[in-house]
Design a protein around this ligand. Structure first.
Ligand code: HEM
Length: 396
């Protein structure tokens, strides 16, 4: 029996925990721009094809401003966050550009490449602690999460000793089913924390990003705090989950793992394919139309919500033949795992480098790496806007 096109978003995944919900795959074929209801019953358009998603994300007739009427929130938590003081991910140009450009220099490919020895050192230290005298560990807790977390703290000038606090806050903010009072508290605590830290940088500057933003003298404490909050959350949850899911996916695809181990030079290409195949921003990216737009045979009217579903777009057979297969040798160009258009991920050079180093370190130095529990016991984060796993018990 054919799966029906979805009527609610997010739809449940099917039997393969790596694959997008079957109803979305069906929608891509039958009704590529379809109408869905969100958690509160409000309507939105769901865009499932690669070319449509790419065209829309580059279209200035769509706004990322969550204070505009009709903006599609994916949860009560997202609506609360959207109503608060926005960081530039929820702004349109020219304001978005004014703020983003203050950080582009920190995340260029060249600047990021210069961090390789420092990031490799962090990975080596974590690896040594995790493996010395031991035959197994939770790869998320001991490696995949602390690696990007330590790195983003270093870049921002945030003390890593506070990681339990801000990791707890960001988990609450990224959960679709967080009780609203917990979201309010987490948002406030994180805002207060970053505002206080920013103020401290005024009297005790270092050479990291927060201090440099302060030194520009163009931004208020609140504006810098909001940027710090965005970078702190975006900077570790995403890469941590990508690392853990990538290792798990490779363990489940021994032929692909063997290819990667035999061809160390293929790691950057492997990272791109894993980004495409896993597309961890699982509920898509959200926008609202500010003018009428015709796409995929439908008319999206001004004021209507639009969700570009990255995981189905990235498996679109028209762009990626046999798109459901994990194939580390395929041409992955133009994948949308980092989004597209003016809001395309600022941290992508860093994410790529961290993933490369993480996979190289773990897979090459642990040739006997395997799961310590049956695959069926791994719990996937269906309730989070960033997909992944909270724990990955492995042995070697
Ligand atoms: C934006 C994915 C890692 C910082 C985005 C967007 C996506 C994304 C899909 C676009 C959101 C939208 O259009 O609404 C990812 C994935 C990552 C990752 C899959 C890791 C595998 C990082 C890292 C950082 C970061 C490491 C920080 C250092 C940001 C920022 C934005 C963003 C600041 C907002 C850009 C803007 O609005 O101009 N990311 N990201 N991300 N990401 Fe990432």
């Amino acid at each position: 029996m054919a799966t029906a096109v979805p009527t609610t978003h997010p739809a449940p995944r099917g039997t393969c925990p790596f694959a997008p919900p079957p109803a979305y795959q069906q929608a891509r074929q039958d009704e590529p721009v379809s109408r869905v209801a969100l958690w509160d019953g409000s309507p939105s358009w769901l865009v499932t094809r690669h070319q449509d998603a790419r065209d829309l994300l580059a279209d200035p007739r769509l706004s990322a401003d969550a204070t505009r009427p009709g903006f599609p929130f994916l949860s009560a938590a997202a609506r609360h966050i959207g109503a608060g003081k926005a960081s530039f991910i929820r702004m349109d140009d020219p304001e978005h550009h004014r703020l983003r450009r203050m950080l582009t220099g920190d995340f260029t490919i060249r600047r990021t490449a210069a961090l390789r020895p420092a990031i490799q050192q962090v990975a080596d230290d974590l690896f040594t602690t995790m493996t010395t005298g031991r035959t197994g560990a939770d790869l998320v807790a001991e490696f995949a999460l602390p690696l990007p977390s330590l790195v983003i703290c270093l870049l921002l000038g945030v003390p890593y000793r506070d990681h339990e606090f801000f990791q707890r806050c960001s988990r609450t903010l990224l959960r679709r089913d967080s009780p609203i009072e917990q979201v309010v508290t987490a948002q406030q605590e994180l805002t207060d924390y970053l505002d206080a830290l920013t103020d401290r940088k005024r009297t005790e500057p270092d050479d990291a990003i927060l201090s440099r933003l302060v030194a520009r003298g163009e931004l208020t404490t609140e504006e810098i705090g909001a940027m710090g909050r965005l970078l702190l959350i975006a900077g570790h949850e995403t890469t941590a989950n990508m690392t853990a899911l990538s290792v798990l996916a490779l363990l489940q695809h021994p032929d692909q793992l063997a290819h990667l181990r035999a061809h160390p030079e293929a790691t950057p290409a492997a990272v791109e394919e894993l980004l495409r195949w896993l597309s961890i921003v699982q509920s898509g990216v959200t926008r609202v139309a500010v003018e009428d737009i015709e796409i995929g045979g439908v008319l999206i009217r001004a004021g209507e919500g639009v969700i570009c579903q990255l995981n189905t777009a990235n498996r679109d057979e028209d762009r990626y033949p046999d798109g459901d297969a994990l194939d580390l040798t395929r041409d992955t160009r133009r994948h949308l795992a980092f989004g597209f258009g003016v809001h395309q991920c600022l941290g992508q050079p860093l994410a790529r480098l961290e993933l490369e180093i993480a996979l190289d370190t773990v897979l090459r130095r642990l040739p006997g790496l395997r799961l310590a529990v049956p695959f069926e016991e791994i719990r996937f984060r269906h309730e989070m806007t960033v997909y992944g796993i909270d724990s990955l018990p492995v042995t070697w």
